[in-house]
Design a protein around this ligand. Structure first.
Ligand code: C5P
Length: 220
């Protein structure tokens, strides 16, 4: 039997990554962070010094995009062209070009196919897949589809909790700009038909995890 897919979408700073990981751990499921793949391709573009605003140049990178990602929620490595980029893909320089990479249609179709293969091949009873277009494009037939949201101010605050005030302001501005750019390509701000919206504005982390598990358990 195929693994059960739990599809989770949401904006930057919604906590979808850490929440999805915790849900996967509790259920003994695998976990797939799809944003990491877009980030890895962005990392490769910077490494090769290609013009990230040139769709043809970005597309040509796919030929050498030898990418692998683990699905263990307790620790997975992101490897591209033989380099462990698990930490490097979190750098601001990567975040600042990733939206340009992610709007190239050839990139999206290539990665969507990859995500479907990874999800189908996981050797656990299920997998939590998180991103922007999982509920609508990658796995529209998944039995569980959730849009995790939170008010923008709360998302910014969560993301910047560990930073200085100045750094926090910068992070907030960058997150908001990235969401605006991304939302022009995939609508992850409004739930598609049949997708459960889960607003975590007034929930703490554990409550959010419980709420996701409740949605899964309520699914026939
Ligand atoms: O989730 P994360 O912030 O790591 O995603 C990084 C970027 O990857 C997003 O800003 C977006 O441009 C892109 N992305 C996407 N579709 C997904 C996941 C991420 O376009 N399913």
């Amino acid at each position: 039997t195929l693994p059960v897919i739990v599809a989770v979408d949401g904006p930057a700073g919604s906590g979808k990554s850490s929440v999805s990981k915790a849900v996967a751990r509790r259920l003994g499921y695998g976990f797939l962070d799809t944003g990491a793949a877009y980030r890895a391709l962005a990392w490769l573009a910077l490494e090769r010094e290609i013009d990230t605003d040139d769709p043809d140049a970005v597309t040509s990178l796919l030929d050498e995009f030898d990418y692998s990602i683990g699905t263990d929620p307790d620790g997975y490595a992101v490897v591209v062209a033989g380099n462990d980029v698990t930490d490097a893909i979190r750098e601001p320089r990567v975040a600042s070009v990733v939206s340009a990479i992610a709007r190239v249609p050839e990139v999206r179709s290539h990665l969507v196919a990859l995500f479907r293969t990874v999800a189908a091949d996981v050797d656990s009873p299920g997998i939590v897949v998180e991103g922007r277009d999982i509920t609508t494009v990658v796995a529209p037939d998944a039995p569980v589809r959730i849009l995790l949201t939170a008010d923008e101010a709360v998302r910014m605050a969560r993301r910047s909790a560990e930073l200085s005030d100045h750094a926090a302001e910068t992070v907030g501005a960058h997150l908001a700009a990235r969401d605006r750019a991304d939302a022009r390509v995939v609508d992850f701000l409004n739930a598609a038909d049949g997708v459960t919206t889960l607003d975590s504005t007034h929930l703490n982390f554990d409550e959010t995890v419980d709420a996701v598990i409740a949605v899964i358990e309520e699914t026939p």
